[in-house]
Design a protein around this ligand. Sequence first.
Ligand code: DGL
Length: 259
Amino acid sequence: MIAMYDSGLGGLSVWRAVRAALPAWPITYLADQAYCPYGPRSREEIIERALKISRYLISQGATILVVACNTATTAAITAMREEFSLPIVGIEPAIKPAAAMSQTGRIAVLATEYTLASERVQTLLDAHAEGVDVLRRPGHGWVEQVEAGELSSERTRALVRQVVEPLMGENIDHIALGCTHYPFLEPLIREITGDAIRLYDPAEAIARRVDDLIRQHGVDCQGDSYYRFITTADDAGDMAQRLLQLIGHPYPVESQPLN
Ligand code: DGL
């Protein structure tokens, strides 16, 4: 079974792509909503959650694990790979293709403050963005608005405008979306950028990577093909409602407080 997790619902933007690429595989998605957002948390805390969640997902039959969260990948993927032997796929902002395609030599990366300040992003910049100006901008409050299902409210529009409008005077031509919640705000971002700026969501690249790893490792498809959704929040009802809104289907959601 493919297991995926995020601090909350953002990883569903990756779930969509993985499901489309691998329709015959069972997928279990866990949203660590009791601890969302991860952005303001310490590295130690994010690692502790990652290890606990991984152990649980492996106990449920995971044969490949997708960290559908840039912040968790940044903080915890090394510790996860040290502890677990199953294939683990992480996610990082698409700085490489955005920088390579830029005609103006200026791009932006939008992510949590945690991700933006990380060594991982600095390494990506050093390796793939030499000679390109990369403007780093956190989407303040964006994760919370997606969690609340407010994808088009005036408050969300204002929070998006605050970040994206100033970028319009910066001569950038690409924006890398470095947080898995942000693709759900793409319609609001586009209201400002129009088609003048290309947005990069790495979800499809992650799905291809999962597909490749499954072939390379001969990973077993355990269980029937079905989709399971779990939240660490006490009340699973909220997430059930959001699923209809975010991925177009009201799957049942289980609550599993992993304390
Ligand atoms: N979706 C996460 C990411 O990709 C969310 C961040 C958070 O929980 O702060 O970074």
